[in-house]
Write a protein that binds this ligand. Structure first.
Ligand SMILES: Cc1cc2nc3c(=O)[nH]c(=O)nc-3n(C[C@H](O)[C@H](O)[C@H](O)COP(=O)(O)O)c2cc1C
Length: 180
């Protein structure tokens, strides 16, 4: 094996799907793209890495609410577009043709075009590491949607789509909660 620069280490384990995180700052809706995500166990708790460099961060801090929306592969250019401009300057819902849908528990909107939406409350902000901890309070899933493949960012501007699915449920039974 050869060595790789340490700065590329994260591209080897960049884990979760590309997500869109919506917020509402009291005046208007905004959305940003996040790929640094992590599930914190089986109880709908998540962490995202973000900070004050994003306009959305102030709304996360102030309202302690957001929605994690999951775009599918056909939405790649929307996800990249949303993540390369700021709600400070533009209305991203209008610019990218995204439809706001009223959530049940939070003011941040669901995105109609996405495969799934998770309403979340911010339970902790670990400033030293720019980690925002979220607790999911409701999940919406569009089962009618044909395209269900999610996107994964490598971190260097390239992306992969979900591929073949492997089933090891039986083998993992002892590690999975009942009913999963
Ligand atoms: C593919 C992609 C992934 C991104 N992932 C993250 C991330 O994990 N954390 C983060 O803070 N910003 C991330 N960004 C950058 C934000 O989405 C970007 O700064 C966005 O413009 C913030 O919008 P806002 O200023 O309206 O909040 C990503 C951008 C792209 C295009």
């Amino acid at each position: 094996m050869d060595t790789l620069p340490l700065s590329k280490a994260f591209t080897l384990i960049e884990p979760g799907p590309v997500v869109l995180v919506t917020t509402h700052d009291g005046q208007r809706d905004n959305v940003m793209t996040i790929t640094w995500t992590m599930a914190l166990g089986f109880s709908a708790s998540f962490a995202i890495t973000t900070g004050p460099w994003n306009h959305s961060y102030a709304a996360l801090q102030k309202t302690k609410e957001c929605v994690i929306a999951l775009p599918t592969v056909d939405m790649l250019d929307i996800a990249v577009g949303v993540g390369t401009c700021s709600g400070r300057e533009v209305d991203k819902f209008e610019k990218f043709g995204l439809t706001h849908v009223q959530a049940r528990h939070v003011r941040a909107p669901l995105i109609e075009q996405c495969l799934a939406n998770i309403e979340c409350q911010v339970t902790d902000i670990i400033e030293a590491h720019n980690i925002v901890v979220l607790q999911g309070v409701a999940v919406w899933f569009d089962s009618d949607r044909k395209e269900k493949r999610l996107l994964h960012a490598i971190g260097d501007g390239t992306f992969v789509a979900d591929g073949r699915k492997f089933d090891r449920k039986k083998m993992m039974r002892s590690k999975l909660p009942n009913g999963l």
